[in-house]
Design a protein around this ligand. Structure first.
Ligand SMILES: [Zn+2]
Length: 1102
C-alpha cells in the first residue's frame, strides 16, 4: 500500500477516466419526481434521550488499580504586552489610508508614514461611503449584478434540479433531444425546468446554455408538479406539493446527469476510453493494514473475504452467486426479489458465529485483539460483499439491518451511517459520460446492487422502480463490447466518480478562490505564528489546488481591518486600512482578490514582508467579527475558502466575546457550563457564507480562552474545519509549531471541492433524521458544503419507517456533487448494501462496535450542548446497560451468570468508559473549556478511524520492536507491535511505550529503560539524559532507530493531520496526560474498567 495515502491529489482526481465519447446532448433532461422519503419516522431508540443511571461514585468501589492522576499542568501563558508601546499608530479615520509595506524592517511608525499612496497604478483613496465601492461586479462574474438579497444558488450546483421534476416553464421551449425509443416501457416524463427555478431571486449569471433542458418529443408522462430544487436559496423550498406523496425534490447532485432514458449518443463509441480496464482491479493484496485508521491497500475491492469462522450455512449460501451478481442473463441478480431463497439460508439462527460467541466480560481479561479492530464484514454473499463499498468510506452501526423499528428498538443500539465521502483514494474509477444513468423515480445512481431484469431494463435497489437501460449504457468501455450493461464500471464499482459534462452548466464552475484572514494583533505577533504561516504559504504557493483562474487575497486585522491591493502592475503590495469597523466596506474591491498566476510576485512580496510589518505592534484589540464580515463581502461574488487565523478572544466590534471560563471550575465534577455559543453572530455569518458558497476554516492558536464554542460556529455551519493549537508559541512550544507547519502544508495542498452538496439516499422504508459534522442541512436529506475536503467525516442517524419485511437487502447511497479546483463539476457516488434480518440475535451479530461508539459520541456531543454534560454521560452509560440488558433478556438462549456480551460487542463497555474519560465528556479532571469544545468538534467531524484513536488510544511497546510480522511497504519495513490494553499494568519500568492518541503521541520512557533503547533510539547515554522537552526522534543509523521511526512515521502517514510526539520521562510534566489515557485504570474521579463493568452488571440485574 502506499503510505502516502493522504498526499493531495489536487484537482485532477485520481484514477482513470472512462468516457463514452463526446457528449452529444448537453442538456439535462427532466426526470419525474422521486419517491419521497419524508422526515416522519417512528421514534427511534435514542440512547441520548435516556435518563437516569449515572455511573456511581468511584469511591463506592475499592477494587481496581488506583492510579491517581493529578490535574493537568497549567500550560504556560505568555507575558502581557509591555506597557511601553513600541510602535504607535495614528488613529486612522474612516478614510482608508494607503500604506504599502516598505521593507522587511519598517522604521518606526511605518504605517502612518505612508499615507501617501505610491504614484503608480494606485487608485485614489476610496470615497468615504461604502456604497461607492460597489459600482460594478468583480471581474470574473458573469455579468450578474447582485441584488441586495442575492441568491447565490449555484446554477451548476442547483442543476440537479434540471433533472428533477420541473414542469416546462414559460420560455423553456422543449428542445428536440433524441427521442429515445423505449422498448416496452413508456418514455419517462422529461420536463425542462423553467429557468426561473434556477434563479428565483436573482438574474441569471450569464447567457443560458444554448440548448435548454429539454423534453424529448413524444414524452407523454404527466408533468410532475412544480418542484423546487432544494438547493435554491430563498423561498423556493416549500414548493413540493403535498398531493404528490411520491414527489421528492429532484436530484440536486448532478447538473448534467440524465436518467436511464436520457439523451442518447448511440453511435458515439469511437471515443470510448478503454484505460479503465485496470481500474476495477483489486488493489495489491495484503492483510488489513493499519492501526485504527486501517487503510487497506488499493482500497478498491480489497475487502477481506468473509471470516473463516463463517458458519457453513452461510458459506453454502454463497453458492447461488458463483456466477456473479449482475449478469442480466441471470434474472436472479441481487435484486431483492430474487434473493429470497439464498438469503434466507443466511439466517444466523442455525448457528453461532463468532460475533455471537458469549463473552463474560468480568472474566475476560484480554479483550483487545492484537491488531487494530477491523470493521465487521456484512453477512452478504461473497459476490455482493466483493462489490460493497469500503468501510473506510461508508459504514453502518448495524451491518445487519433490523426488519422493523420495533426490532431495532429492542436491540437498543443506534442505527446510523458514518461516512468519509471525500477521502483520498488511491484508486478511483472516473467516468466521463453524457449519460449518467439514474433511477427515474428516486434519482439513485445506477450501482452494483441494482438488478437487471433483462438486457434492457434495470430495477432500482432503493425504490424498486424498473428503468430502461439507455442505449449508450449498452456499450462497455472496459471490454469495448456491446450488450453488457452489467459489466459497466458504474455497476462494478461501489465507489465511482462522474464528470458532469461542462456543457450542462448554466455558469462556469467557480474558480478556486482563497482568502486568508490573519490576526496581527500584539498577541498574534507574540505567538510568532505569522512567519510560519507566511513561509508555509510561500513554500506551497505553487501547490495550491487550482488552475489559471485561481484567486487569492489577504486581510489582516487587529482593531482595524487591513486590505491588500495586489493588482497586477503595482510595484509592491499596497495596504489599505479601514478603521470604521462598524460599517465595514471594501476599498478597491476589484483588486483585493487577484489572479494568483498574474500577481504571484506581489503575493510573494506581501508574504515576505507581512511578519515584519507588524512585529512591533502594540495593538491588543481584535475586531474579528468585522474582519469576517469584510472577508465575506470579498468572497461573496465567487464563493471560495476563507482561512481565518485567530489568537485571542475577539473583543472589539461585532461578534465581540467575553471570557466565560472560570478556571476554578475546570476540574469540577459537576456540569460544565458554556458549551453552547454566547452569540449567534458566528452562526448567522456562517449561514450567510454557506449561501454564497464560502466555507470558513478556523485556525485557533492561543494560550488563553477564546470561546471556541462561539467562534467554532463560523466553521461548523459553513462546512469548514477547525484547527486548534493550544499554547502555541514559536519558541516555547516547538511541538505545536511542527504540528502547525505540517497541518498547514496538508491544508494548503490537499484536494478541495467547491460549491458542493451531498445527498444520502437509502432504500425505501428507511429514513435519515439527524446529521453530524460540519455543514448546513439545506433540506431533509441534502447537506450544503461550500467546501468539501478529504479529511471531513459525517454521520447520520436513521430510523425504520416502514417494515422491511419483504426485503433481503437494503442499500445506502451517498452522492457528493462538487466543483473540482480545476473547474470540473464532478459527482462522487458511494453505495453500500446490507442484509436485512428478522431476529434480534442477527441484529446483535451484525453490530459494528466502533461505528456504534462513533455515532454515540456524536449524539452525546449534541446532548451535552442541548441538555447537559451529565445527561450525555448518563445516556452513554445507559446505552451500554440497555443493549447488554436487551441482549441478555432477549437474545441469549442459555442464561448464565456474569456480565454477558456477544463477542462483537465485547469492547462496547470499554469504549463507553473511554468516552466518559475522553476530554470532551470527562468530569473531575482539569479540562480547559476550549480544549473540551475542540474535542467535541473533533468527535463529530473526524472520520471514524481517527475519532476512535481519540476515544481509545493505541498503546505499543517499543523497546523490543522486531521485524516479526512487519509490513513491507515501498521497501520500508514497518514493525507491527501488538496493541496493548490501556492500563499501567501493561507498562514496565524497563520499557518504552508509545501511546497513539490521534492528535498526539506520547513516548513514555521507563525509569529503568533498557540502555540499548536509550542509546540506539534516543541517542542518550542514560535515562537522566533524556531531555525534558523532546519531541523529535533523532535519526540514528541503527536498526532500532530505523524501526522506531518507521513505525511512528507510518502511523503519522495514515492520517490527514500531524500528531505531535512527546517523549516523556516518568517525572515529566506531560506524564499526567499520558496517564489520563490509561482508560482501564481508576482515577480519583473515574471508575476503573472493572468497576465500570460491576456497575453495568448491577444495573442490568436490577
Ligand atoms: Zn429508484
Amino acid at each position: 500500500m502506499s503510505t502516502a495515502g493522504f498526499n493531495s491529489q489536487n484537482g485532477t482526481g485520481t484514477g482513470q477516466t472512462y468516457t463514452n465519447g463526446p457528449s452529444q446532448n448537453p442538456v439535462a433532461l427532466q426526470q419525474p419526481p422521486g419517491v419521497g422519503y419524508g422526515m416522519n419516522h417512528q421514534p427511534a431508540y435514542n440512547p441520548m434521550q435516556a435518563k437516569v443511571l449515572g455511573p456511581p461514585n468511584p469511591a463506592l468501589y475499592a477494587s481496581g488499580p488506583h492510579q491517581p492522576v493529578p490535574p493537568g499542568p497549567q500550560l504556560g501563558s505568555y507575558p502581557p504586552p509591555p506597557a511601553q508601546p513600541l510602535l504607535t499608530r495614528p488613529q486612522i479615520g474612516v478614510l482608508p489610508s494607503h500604506t504599502p509595506p516598505q521593507s522587511a524592517s519598517p522604521g518606526p511608525g511605518p504605517r502612518q508614514a505612508q499615507a501617501t499612496p505610491p504614484a503608480q497604478a494606485t487608485p485614489p483613496p476610496p470615497a468615504v461611503t461604502s456604497t461607492s465601492y460597489y459600482t460594478g461586479p468583480p471581474a470574473w462574474q458573469y455579468a450578474a449584478p447582485r441584488g441586495p438579497a442575492p441568491n447565490h444558488v449555484n446554477p451548476a450546483a442547483a442543476a440537479p434540479s434540471h433533472s428533477s421534476a420541473q414542469p416546462p416553464g414559460p420560455g423553456a421551449p422543449p428542445t428536440s433531444i433524441h427521442g429515445y425509443p423505449q422498448p416496452g416501457t413508456a418514455p419517462p416524463p422529461m420536463n425542462p425546468p423553467p429557468p426561473h427555478t434556477y434563479q428565483p431571486n436573482r438574474p441569471a449569471y450569464g447567457p443560458p446554455p444554448t440548448a435548454p433542458p429539454a423534453r424529448p418529443p413524444g414524452a407523454t408522462g404527466t408533468p410532475p408538479p412544480p418542484k423546487v430544487d432544494a438547493q435554491c436559496w430563498g423561498a423556493a423550498s416549500s414548493a413540493r406539493p403535498p398531493t404528490e406523496p411520491d414527489t421528492q425534490e429532484g436530484d440536486v447532485e448532478c447538473p448534467g446527469d440524465v436518467a436511464g432514458n436520457g439523451p442518447q449518443a448511440p453511435n458515439s463509441y469511437n471515443h470510448v476510453d478503454n484505460r479503465m480496464a485496470g481500474a476495477a482491479q483489486p488493489g495489491p493484496p495484503g492483510r488489513h493494514l493499519g492501526h485504527y485508521p486501517s487503510l487497506p491497500p488499493g482500497y478498491q475491492n480489497t475487502l477481506a473475504p468473509p471470516p473463516s469462522s463463517l458458519h457453513p450455512a452461510l458459506q453454502a449460501a454463497t453458492q447461488p452467486y458463483t456466477q456473479g451478481p449482475q449478469p442480466y442473463q441471470q434474472p436472479g441478480g441481487p435484486g431483492p426479489d430474487q434473493l429470497s431463497p439464498s438469503m434466507a439460508a443466511m439466517s444466523l439462527q442455525s448457528g453461532t458465529p463468532e460475533a455471537l460467541r458469549v463473552v463474560n466480560l468480568l472474566q475476560e481479561r484480554n479483550l483487545l485483539p492484537p491488531a487494530p479492530v477491523p470493521a465487521p464484514t456484512p453477512c452478504l454473499t461473497q459476490d455482493l460483499q466483493k462489490l460493497n463499498c469500503s468501510p473506510e468510506v461508508f459504514r453502518c452501526t448495524l451491518t445487519s439491518i433490523p426488519q422493523t423499528q420495533s426490532l431495532l428498538n429492542k436491540a437498543k443500539l443506534p442505527l446510523g451511517l458514518l461516512l468519509h465521502p471525500f477521502k483520498d483514494l488511491s484508486q478511483l474509477p472516473v467516468v466521463t459520460s453524457s449519460t449518467i444513468v439514474r433511477c427515474r423515480s428516486c434519482r439513485t445512481y445506477i450501482n452494483p446492487f441494482v438488478s437487471f431484469l433483462d438486457q434492457r431494463r434495470w430495477k432500482c435497489n432503493l425504490c424498486y422502480r424498473v428503468n430502461d437501460v439507455p442505449e449508450e449504457f449498452m456499450y462497455n468501455p472496459v471490454s469495448r463490447s456491446y450488450g453488457e450493461p452489467h459489466k459497466r464500471p458504474e455497476v462494478q464499482n461501489a465507489t465511482i466518480e462522474f464528470i458532469a459534462p461542462s456543457e450542462y452548466m448554466l455558469r462556469p464552475p467557480q474558480p478556486a478562490v482563497y482568502l486568508f484572514v490573519l490576526d496581527v494583533s500584539h498577541n498574534a505577533v507574540e505567538t510568532g505564528y505569522l512567519s510560519v504561516f507566511c513561509q508555509s504559504l510561500l513554500d506551497n504557493i505553487n501547490a495550491l489546488p487550482g488552475d489559471s483562474r485561481t484567486k487569492v487575497g489577504f486581510i489582516t486585522f487587529d482593531s482595524t481591518i487591513h486590505f491588500y491591493n495586489l493588482q497586477e502592475g503595482l510595484s509592491q503590495p499596497q495596504m489599505l486600512i479601514v478603521s470604521d469597523i462598524e460599517d465595514i466596506f471594501l476599498p478597491t474591491p476589484d483588486s483585493l482578490l487577484v489572479n494568483l498566476n498574474e500577481c504571484k510576485e506581489l503575493v510573494q512580496d506581501l508574504l515576505k514582508s507581512l511578519p515584519n510589518l507588524f512585529e512591533k505592534t502594540m495593538e491588543t484589540q481584535s475586531a474579528l467579527g468585522s474582519a469576517l464580515q469584510a472577508a465575506f463581502k470579498l468572497l461573496s461574488p465567487t464563493g471560495g475558502r476563507m482561512s481565518v487565523f485567530q489568537t485571542q478572544l475577539p473583543n472589539l466590534g461585532v461578534g465581540a466575546l467575553q471570557s466565560r471560563e472560570d478556571p476554578n471550575q475546570r476540574a469540577s465534577a459537576k456540569d460544565v457550563q458554556h458549551l453552547s455559543p454566547a452569540t449567534d453572530f458566528y452562526k448567522k455569518l456562517a449561514l450567510d457564507c454557506s449561501g454564497q458558497q464560502v466555507a470558513v476554516d478556523l485556525f485557533l492558536l492561543s494560550a488563553q480562552y477564546c470561546d471556541l464554542a462561539s467562534l467554532g460556529c463560523i466553521s461548523r455551519f459553513s462546512a469548514g474545519s477547525v484547527y486548534y493549537y493550544p499554547s502555541y508559541h514559536h519558541q516555547h512550544n516547538p511541538a505545536q509549531v511542527e504540528r502547525f507547519q505540517r497541518d498547514l502544508k496538508r491544508y494548503l495542498t490537499r484536494k478541495i471541492g467547491f460549491e458542493a452538496v451531498m445527498r444520502i439516499r437509502c432504500t425505501k422504508g428507511l429514513s435519515i433524521h439527524t446529521f453530524h459534522g460540519n455543514f448546513f442541512v439545506r433540506s431533509t436529506d441534502l447537506l450544503s458544503l461550500p467546501n468539501v475536503n478529504p479529511d471531513a467525516g459525517f454521520a447520520v442517524q436513521m430510523s425504520i419507517e416502514e417494515n422491511l419485511d419483504d426485503m433481503q437487502v437494503v442499500s445506502f447511497q451517498a452522492a457528493l456533487l462538487y466543483t473540482s479546483s480545476k473547474g470540473e463539476r464532478r459527482i462522487r457516488v458511494h453505495t453500500m448494501c446490507l442484509p436485512v434480518v428478522s431476529s434480534l440475535s442477527d441484529v446483535f451479530a451484525g453490530a459494528d462496535v466502533q461505528a456504534v461508539t462513533g455515532l454515540l459520541a456524536c449524539m452525546a456531543v449534541d446532548r451535552s450542548v442541548t441538555s447537559s454534560l451529565s445527561d450525555a454521560r448518563d445516556a452513554m452509560t445507559n446505552a451500554a446497560i440497555d443493549s447488554l440488558s436487551s441482549y441478555r433478556q432477549s437474545a441469549l438462549t442459555i442464561q448464565q451468570p456474569g456480565l454477558l456480551a456477544p463477542a462483537c460487542l465485547r469492547l462496547f463497555p470499554l469504549y463507553i468508559l473511554a468516552l466518559l474519560k475522553q476530554k470532551a465528556f470527562r468530569t473531575g479532571t482539569s479540562t480547559r473549556l476550549d480544549e473540551r469544545v475542540f474535542a467535541m468538534y473533533q468527535l463529530k467531524y473526524q472520520p471514524l478511524a481517527f475519532a476512535m484513536l481519540m476515544i481509545h488510544p493505541a498503546l505499543y511497546r517499543l523497546d523490543d520492536l522486531s521485524d516479526e510480522g512487519a509490513l513491507n511497504i515501498n521497501e520500508r519495513t514497518i514493525p507491527q507491535p501488538r496493541v496493548l490494553q490501556l492500563s499501567v499494568e501493561k507498562l514496565s519500568r524497563e520499557g518504552a511505550f508509545l501511546m497513539d492518541a490521534g492528535l498526539v503521541m506520547y513516548l513514555w520512557i521507563g525509569r529503568n529503560c533498557h540502555q540499548n533503547f536509550l542509546s540506539q533510539v534516543l541517542g542518550v547515554s542514560s535515562y537522566a539524559a533524556v531531555p525534558e522537552k523532546l519531541c523529535l526522534l533523532p535519526e540514528l543509523d541503527t536498526a532500532e532507530s530505523q524501526r522506531t521511526r518507521a513505525l511512528v512515521s507510518w502511523l503519522r502517514d495514515q492520517r490527514p493531520f500531524f500528531p505531535s510526539l512527546h517523549i516523556i520521562r516518568d517525572e515529566s510534566q506531560l506524564k499526567p496526560h499520558f496517564m489520563q489515557n490509561m482508560i482501564e485504570d481508576r482515577t480519583e474521579s473515574a471508575l476503573s474498567y472493572y468497576e465500570f463493568l460491576l456497575h453495568l452488571q448491577q444495573q442490568i440485574s436490577k
